[in-house]
Write a protein that binds this ligand. Structure first.
Ligand SMILES: N[C@@H](CCC(=O)N[C@@H](CS)C(=O)NCC(=O)O)C(=O)O
Length: 218
């Protein structure tokens, strides 16, 4: 039996969960869903109805992306994502909390002002930019958010910074955040990120299982 992950390719929360699975090598059966037409199997496991959702072999359900990352990395952590070179795991979790809290709030209103009763996109872009500036300062010290190699915080935060960058890439590229821009370019150029962003077919009950990450010798 293999744990099941309900996922949506373009969701930044699902991306970071897949990234941790990819680096840990903990394999799941990947079920790609449509947010507009979520399968009953997923809704029964997690009525909260957000992706990603992990259903473990013993039936345990984990429906928060960060918890899925920790679940995978606590089983296998060959790249030591949970052992930052600089700072502590607690400090990484605090930084991720800032991303998921205030930064995500402003990102949503910058990206989709029409979905938030006509929020002022520029005001929210500039508020979100405070967090980007903070990351840029951290990245002047090390190439990654918690040292010289990639860790949990990089994978947990980069999918959201990528969304921020893509909202108006011309504007983003003009900003003076050289360390942050380089960090984002290098992370998204990784082969592993490419694997995380593979386009799966939509899952339907009865399909043959699609495993993620793919086994090297499969
Ligand atoms: N806190 C959750 C948030 C997950 C989340 O909000 N995912 C979005 C997609 S990116 C979702 O499923 N939204 C419900 C919907 O669009 O129907 C986590 O970290 O897993």
């Amino acid at each position: 039996m293999t744990p099941v992950l309900y996922s949506f390719r373009r969701c930044p929360y699902a991306m970071r969960a897949r990234w941790a699975l990819a680096v840990s090598g903990v394999q799941v059966e990947l079920r790609e869903v449509l947010l507009k037409d979520k399968p009953q199997e997923m809704l029964m496991a997690s009525p909260k109805a957000t992706v990603p959702v992990l259903v473990d072999t013993d039936g345990t359900v984990i429906d928060e992306s960060l918890d899925i990352m920790l679940w995978a990395l606590r089983q296998r952590d060959p790249a030591q994502w949970l052992e930052p070179e600089s700072g502590s795991l607690g400090e990484m979790l605090d930084l991720i909390g800032k991303c998921d809290g205030e930064f995500k709030f402003n990102l949503d209103r910058y990206k989709y002002p029409e979905r938030h009763s006509g929020a002022n996109a520029i005001k929210h872009r500039d508020a979100a930019a405070d967090f980007i500036g903070l990351l840029n300062v951290r990245l002047a010290i090390h190439t990654h958010l918690s040292g010289g190699t990639m860790g949990l915080a990089d994978a947990a935060i980069a999918p959201f910074v990528r969304q921020f960058a893509q909202t108006d890439s011309t504007w983003f590229n003009r900003q003076a955040w050289p360390n942050l821009q380089q960090w984002l370019r290098s992370l998204t150029a990784l082969t592993m990120f490419n694997d995380v962003m593979q386009r799966p077919n939509r899952w339907r009950p009865g399909d043959l299982p699609a495993y993620f990450p793919a086994l090297a010798n499969a």
